[in-house]
Write a protein that binds this ligand. Structure first.
Ligand code: PMP
Length: 496
């Protein structure tokens, strides 16, 4: 077995030595995965799970062609991009062939965050401006420059203020946003909001360097912007002297099926100035890329500052990247995303007709969101219910996550080798789970797990861990303002 430690020991060591900010999936009852193949993951007991979460394992977990390409190159040479090597230029050429001709210059980096951080540098250098327009609920990465432009991360902080150089435009969400499907022209309305944001920034003497957005928002709730939105935004932003950055870290490489890049869904008349890529590009190998125009690249070079990245574009990464592109083509994974994505969407639409908890089914290809609501008119987010659904599906050996600003959107972004049978299995398991998940109005208090001594703070906090159980899902409340006694069997309402 690939297991080296007993599961409880793994958990113990993780709690002791690994930064606690990285939350484990299904933290109340984590799973230990020891191997994976295609669209399936296996735990330490050999139990198989259907993986609807891992868009990184784009062509399937541990695809033999990718593994072989990496292993062979690792046994031959791995060094930095200051040496001439064929893999680097061959990869850049292959990648370019998937993009509009104007996007011709690549920078190779190691993570989506590095790609977006470099994109901001390129934009600021090219325009001579500083300010960034980002979307509500956007997430662009974990480094400081990107946390600043990631409102998704600021929801958790009660009084978070973004920097004056960051401007947040409404998410072009036609389901829950300010302009909905019944609006005569939501694309223009959302783009006009960006124009107004630019005008207000100009009034304050500020200048726009870039508008950055995911071509389809992922963490932001699987949002599909109305067609024509990006063209109009680009016109407003370019008029203000800024550039447009498309973040394709989650949605690129054919996931949307009909196109290789999700920004192409908007039409051939929309071409971003900078595109950032990550996650699927190396099928799990840390590799990422920024692609831009010759003009933006030339301006960056003219600044006189050299750009060097120790690992970016090394021969092993590029060999892996080439193998990923080969497999996407050879196995027609883009076509599979069209076919299986449509089948899955149809099955989910059928569930929507049956279950009032499903408010919306949306997406493209194998990038689908199912938004759960308590009420289809008020759209009250069914946050607890979404959690309950993913926990119950886990019991059925299906791995799914819930995200979005209200954590009520079930996110489907499985490996691209997902089959029609996999889609049918998910739908068949989801159906009874939805039947058993009515709107949850109250929580029943069950057990006090532990009472720790008050932590050292000026305010008297008691560090109490309480477990709240509602059917199979367990809530944990870690901090309570004041030490307080809670009666057994006391019921109280957390959601109304
Ligand atoms: N952009 C988007 C849209 C992302 O979803 C993520 C990661 N979730 C990133 C950037 C950052 O990528 P990484 O974690 O590889 O730095």
């Amino acid at each position: 077995s690939a297991e080296k430690l007993d599961k409880s020991k793994t958990l113990f060591l993780r709690k002791k030595h690994v930064g606690p900010s990285c939350k484990i999936f299904f933290s109340q009852d984590p799973i230990k995965i020891v191997k994976a193949k295609g669209q399936y993951m296996y735990d330490e007991n050999g139990q198989r799970y259907l993986d609807c979460i891992n868009n990184v394992a784009h062509v399937g977990h541990c695809h033999p062609d990718v593994v072989q390409a990496g292993a062979e190159q690792m046994g031959t040479l791995n060094t930095n991009a200051r040496f001439l090597h064929d893999n680097l230029v061959l990869y850049a050429q292959r990648l370019q062939a998937t993009l509009p001709p104007a996007l011709s210059v690549c920078y190779f980096v190691n993570s989506g965050s590095e790609a977006n951080d470099l994109a901001l540098r390129l934009a600021r250098n090219f325009t001579g401006h500083d300010d960034i327009i980002t979307l509500e609920n956007a997430y662009h990465g974990h480094v400081s420059s990107l946390i600043d432009i990631s409102p998704y991360k600021h929801h958790q902080l009660p009084d978070a203020e973004l920097r004056p150089s960051v401007h947040v435009a409404p998410s072009p969400d036609v389901y829950r946003g300010r302009y909905r499907a019944d609006h005569p022209d939501p694309a223009a309305a959302y783009a006009d909001d960006v124009r107004e944001l630019i005008d207000r920034a100009h009034e304050k003497g500020r200048k726009i360097a870039a508008f950055i957005a995911e071509s389809l928002q992922s963490c932001g709730g699987q949002v599909v912007p109305p067609a024509g939105y990006f063209q109009q935004v680009a016109a407003h932003v370019r008029r203000a002297g800024g550039v447009v950055i498309a973040d394709e870290v989650q949605v690129g490489f054919g996931r949307v099926g009909s196109h290789f890049w999700a920004f192409q869904l908007q039409g051939a008349d929309f071409v971003p100035d900078i595109v950032t890529m990550g996650k699927p590009i190396g099928n799990g190998h840390p590799m990422s890329c920024v692609v831009t125009t010759a003009e933006v690249a030339q301006a960056f070079a003219s600044s006189g500052m050299e750009y060097f990245n120790t690992f970016g574009g090394n021969p092993v990464s590029c060999a892996i990247g080439l193998a990923v592109l080969d497999v996407i083509g050879k196995e027609d994974l883009q076509g599979n995303a069209v076919r299986v994505g449509q089948h899955l969407s149809d099955l989910l639409e059928a569930l929507k007709r049956k279950h009032p908890l499903i408010g919306d089914v949306r997406g493209r290809g194998l990038f689908i969101g199912v938004e759960l609501v308590k009420d289809r008119l008020t759209l009250t987010p069914a946050t607890a219910e979404a959690q309950e659904v993913i926990y119950k599906l886990k019991e059925e050996k299906i791995l799914l996550s819930a995200d979005g600003p209200h954590r009520n959107v079930l996110k489907f972004k499985p490996p691209m080798c997902f089959t029609p049978e996999d889609a049918e299995l998910v739908a068949a398991k989801l159906d009874p789970v939805l039947t058993g998940t009515g709107p949850l109005l109250g929580l029943k208090f069950s057990t006090v797990e532990s009472v720790a001594p008050p932590c050292r703070r000026s305010k008297p906090f008691a560090n109490i861990s309480i477990r709240l159980e509602m059917s199979s899902f367990v809530f944990e409340v870690a901090l309570v303002e004041k030490p307080q006694t809670i009666e057994t069997n006391q019921t109280f309402t957390l959601f109304d």
